[in-house]
Design a protein around this ligand. Structure first.
Ligand SMILES: C[S@@+](CC[C@H](N)C(=O)[O-])C[C@H]1O[C@@H](n2cnc3c(N)ncnc32)[C@H](O)[C@@H]1O
Length: 308
């Protein structure tokens, strides 16, 4: 049994229709789109693979027996592994950084500098949780030297996501976490696996280009290679579902997929003009002999526009 203070976890995890909330704030996270995404995933499948984990909102809200969760962000994956291995002890250790004294610009920049020079995974992971909740807008941004460079967020009393971290720890029992480029992750997929890909968005305009989750960017060539890999996996019996902005380029990159398009509210955008309005697309490549007929019981979302 878990200690009394964790009882909220049961609310987060329990009850029909309730969602598991990611403990990290993450640009482009899919927490609000879970039902739409689940409606397009096969209800059954051997294993869920997420090559672009981010806050892992989809993994946390699906129920596959096996899960391979990857991202190129080594700080993120280091944190997930530490939380999986240490559970409550790490949660309590991280909570110590959430106190009045640490919520000042001076303390923030000192802890940010410590994070950037830290070699100890446990300490670095706790600092990552701190920075995520005390930094501006929950952004995760690095400069070209690989240093985390998000400014202080000036929040009155940053929330420590104790219950959400415990929820993650519980789900993590069925998962393995790896630092990997999406090409390496997708190479591990076998027939019967289900792959959900949520790459950094293609920009809506030439100037809107938020891809700084790690120090490398995500280029149009990466997007094209992702589309090619998705088709190759589909031909080998792997179901692949991809998320992106609904643009002409994306329709070309995911050629031959089944598309569902819908509007979404944007919360983080570097482009003032596009803040708050965008069309999102889900593109599905059913694994030959694996997908369609096993679609989840959520069914199609009313009002979704389907083209083929
Ligand atoms: C849109 S976010 C994923 C959001 C996630 N679905 C969620 O709900 O929070 C994209 C993720 O891709 C990761 N990423 C960027 N380039 C990558 C690459 N080449 N291979 C794997 N992951 C990459 C980023 O670190 C980031 O976490």
């Amino acid at each position: 049994m878990f200690p009394e203070q964790y009882s909220r976890t049961y609310l987060i995890l329990g009850g029909k229709g309730s969602l598991v909330k990611p403990f990290l704030k993450w640009a482009g996270n899919k927490y609000r789109l879970i039902d739409r995404i689940k409606s397009m995933l096969p209800a059954r499948g051997f294993r869920l693979i997420e090559p672009f984990a981010g806050s892992a909102a989809v993994f946390l809200n699906t129920n596959y027996d096996h899960n391979l969760i990857c991202d190129t962000n080594a700080d993120l994956i280091g944190l997930y592994r530490t939380l999986k291995d240490e559970g409550s002890a790490f949660i309590e250790y991280s909570s110590l950084l959430f106190c009045e004294g640490s919520n000042t610009p001076e303390a923030y920049y000192e802890l940010r500098a410590e994070f950037n020079s830290c070699r100890d995974t446990r300490r670095k992971s706790a600092l990552f949780v701190y920075l995520n909740r005390h930094g501006y807008n929950g952004l995760c941004r690095y400069n070209l030297k690989g240093e985390y460079n998000v400014p202080f967020g000036s929040y009155k009393k940053p929330y420590f996501p104790r219950a959400e971290m415990l929820g993650f720890k519980q789900c993590a029992e069925k998962a393995v976490f790896h630092v990997a480029d999406f090409r390496d992750t997708m190479a591990r997929a076998n027939a019967g696996d289900v792959v959900y890909c949520d790459p950094p968005y293609v920009p809506l305009t030439a100037t809107a280009n938020f891809t700084a989750y790690s120090s490398g960017g995500f280029t149009p060539k990466d997007q094209l290679e992702l589309g090619i890999l998705a088709r190759q996996l589909s031909a080998r019996g792997v179901t692949v579902l991809l998320s992106n902005h609904d643009t002409e380029f994306v329709s070309q990159v995911y050629e031959g997929a089944e598309f569902v398009r819908f509007p979404v509210q944007r919360f983080i955008s570097c482009d003032g003009e596009n803040r708050g309005k965008a069309l999102e697309v889900l593109a599905l490549y059913g694994g030959a002999g694996n997908a369609g007929e096993q679609r989840s019981s959520f069914g199609m979302v009313p009002g979704a526009l389907r083209t083929g």
